[in-house]
Design a protein around this ligand. Sequence first.
Ligand SMILES: Cc1cc2nc3c(=O)[nH]c(=O)nc-3n(C[C@H](O)[C@H](O)[C@H](O)COP(=O)(O)OP(=O)(O)OC[C@H]3O[C@@H](n4cnc5c(N)ncnc54)[C@H](O)[C@@H]3O)c2cc1C
Length: 325
Amino acid sequence: MTGSLPDVVVVGAGPVGLACAIECGRSGLRTRGIDKGALVNSLVGYPTGMEFFSTPDLLEIGGHPFPTRHYKPLREEALDYYRKVATAEHLDLSLYERVERLEGSEGAFDVVTDRGRHRTGRVIVATGFFDHPMALGVPGEDLPKVSHYFKEAFPYTGQDVVIVGAKNSAAKAALQCYRHGARVTMLVRSPALSEKIKYWIRPDLENRIAEGSISAVFGATVTSIADDTVTFRTVDGERTIPNDWVLAMTGYRPDYGFLSAMGIGVGDDDARTPVHDPASFESDRAGVFLAGTVCGGLATSRWFIENGRHHAKMIAAGIAARVRG
Ligand SMILES: Cc1cc2nc3c(=O)[nH]c(=O)nc-3n(C[C@H](O)[C@H](O)[C@H](O)COP(=O)(O)OP(=O)(O)OC[C@H]3O[C@@H](n4cnc5c(N)ncnc54)[C@H](O)[C@@H]3O)c2cc1C
């Protein structure tokens, strides 16, 4: 690899990884960020025109102001913001390079990627969870009409769309598909919509369900998907409905295979929390730190940008103190 050896490699150039790279740089550490995809790759994958839940001040990193046209930023404004911050901070970033595993030990790690090796003293893992959907585990899930990502509603005009799930992403996708002329059926495993649906989205969805514009079946478990149908089970038995597209908004999880290849342990709690010290964010592999949403394991709503961005200063201060000895 070219350039001087970094003191720190940050794996993941999402909002939290970028915050870590900025704070490490400000602490006098030579820092390199590596991402397997684009800059803020998860945000690139969010729905077109998506409005963030957070106000812009809560998404800011490195103290850079985030000006937006409205009260809540759009995905496109956030993409612009993080790109401009990364440029203004002259971050050393290698994009479209996938980290595969970690060799060596603190002070002399080799971060092994699909392009080569990066020798470094410490590593920060800020890899989020957005690339690994929670599978339904049913026959037909691999059909091309099934997706775990909702990008935009227009392709679903005039189509029979099943939306699996009942949290914010499912709620937003259902409303948008309905408003683009799709016939929407929500299949919800629980007996009601999730309490986690934001207070400004919930009444809209409840009213569309109550008036029959969107169908919702509660206590429904998908059992199989075929080219033209979806079959699900309720207490009343099994039903099959006509279907063109399935949006399985069933959530995401960290890449546990990757964490294992990095030598990071996983707790035996329900959330399968990656092992780390909550004060220093150091994992059970000395010199390897966790930052951002990956820290929560399966509890993916525990950390988000608003609170995860604050990991950066703590981790940078800890590493800088250790490097200075
Ligand atoms: C639809 C949606 C809306 C949301 N809205 C909000 C909101 O309004 N406010 C809020 O605070 N949070 C929100 N969140 C949560 C939060 O935005 C995201 O979870 C956020 O992206 C987390 O930032 P992160 O840096 O921890 O992880 P990510 O942004 O997911 O970044 C992880 C990065 O690591 C990279 N990576 C993964 N594995 C590897 C590897 N092996 N090698 C190299 N790179 C790798 C990925 O490509 C990715 O770029 C939302 C989440 C979703 C899904």
